[in-house]
Design a protein. Structure first.
Lengths: 225, 125
């Protein structure tokens, strides 16, 4: 009889121990599930932060590239007082830093509104015609005094102009010349914001460099006289 | 042990192009040497033994394509990776570049990120 009571107690004890063990395992399982879920959330947050850093890194790289272009352009355009070298450097900037295939540079004749071509690249001579600042079309575009991209101005009547961009060259408020871009390189579909920044820099710096080269040439002539 | 910097030979007849390439690649990253045409590029490649050559295509005296062929014919320069820089991205020009023996190409105006990626691909990170 006593053996039977002991056996029953033993079985009850084992059952209770097993139930407690199962409870403990279930609780531990829930705790681990919660921990895994929390880790998944942390991983997702870290991945999102990484993506944001990567996007920001690309932005910074692009900004650095833009600043490098602006620095190189301003450094090079003022690197010589010889007119031919200034024009040659301007060509290099337009080809290498912007990616233009066809362009021409015009200069104003003294105080008149007449603009004559002084250099060109990649474009047939027949296409490069002098124009006047008091004419409609290209003249009016240049007379405005700011870089202009017809394709980005949907309201403009200048859309019909066969050009990709025009960049008035200015000393102060006075227009003294213009860069007219007829076509970009075939693999460059459109001008970007960085290109317009470079155009803005060239609008004043190229004008100043050409003006200084003219002064230098005149000073040299006077020195010889 | 200090890791020596990789050396890149920049080849272009345009001072503007060389300057922007120097700004993109210089500093602490790479040692840079330059050449102004294909003929000078071949000579410098033999004397400087760069780890990579970044070379413009249209140049006086010897074009980048001609220089590339010449470099591939010489034992001492045959294995140097060459990335051509072209203003012409059309497929037939790209094919000419690869047929001359170049390893890759970039188009002008140069995209700094693209250039760095291609250089790292050729130099093994």
């Amino acid at each position: 009889m006593k053996d039977k009571v002991d056996a029953a107690d033993f079985v009850r004890h084992v059952r209770e121990s097993a139930q407690q063990y199962s409870q403990d395992l279930l609780q531990e399982n829930e705790r681990l599930i919660g921990m895994v879920s929390s880790l998944h959330e942390q991983i997702a947050q870290i991945e999102a932060t990484n993506r944001a850093f990567a996007a920001r890194s690309v932005e910074v790289e692009q900004l650095n590239a833009t600043l490098a272009n602006l620095y190189v352009a301003s450094y090079r355009i003022h690197g010589s007082l010889e007119r031919e070298e200034v024009l040659s450097t301007l060509q290099e900037i337009l080809i290498n830093l912007i990616g233009t295939e066809e362009f021409a540079v015009f200069e104003r004749e003294g105080q008149s509104p007449a603009m004559k071509p002084v250099t060109s690249f990649g474009v047939e001579a027949a296409r490069i015609k002098p124009f006047r600042l008091d004419e409609i079309g290209l003249g009016a575009c240049v007379a405005r005094g700011a870089p202009y991209v017809p394709s980005q101005d949907v309201d403009s009547t200048a859309l019909s102009l066969p050009i990709t961009a025009c960049v008035p060259l200015r000393i102060g408020e006075r227009v003294v010349g213009a860069i007219v871009v007829y076509r970009l390189l075939s693999h460059k579909p459109t001008l970007e914001d960085a290109d317009l920044e470079l155009f803005t820099l060239l609008a004043s710096h190229a004008a100043t460099a050409l003006y200084c080269s003219d002064l230098h040439a005149r000073a040299r002539i006077e020195a010889r006289a | 042990m200090l890791q020596t910097k990789k050396k890149i030979l920049l080849v272009d007849d345009s001072s503007t192009a060389l300057m922007i390439e120097r700004m993109l690649l210089g500093g602490a990253t790479y040692d840079l040497v330059t050449a102004r045409d294909g003929r000078e590029a071949v000579a410098k490649a033999e004397s400087e033994r760069p780890d990579l050559i970044l070379m413009d295509v249209v140049m006086p005296n010897m074009t980048g394509i001609e220089a590339c062929r010449s470099l591939r014919e010489k034992e001492s320069t045959r294995s140097i990776p060459i990335i051509l820089v072209t203003t012409r991205g059309e497929s037939e020009n790209v094919e000419k570049g690869f047929a001359s023996g170049c390893n890759d190409y970039v188009t002008k105006p140069i995209n700094g990120l693209e250039l760095m990626t291609k250089i790292k691909n050729q130099l093994g990170g």
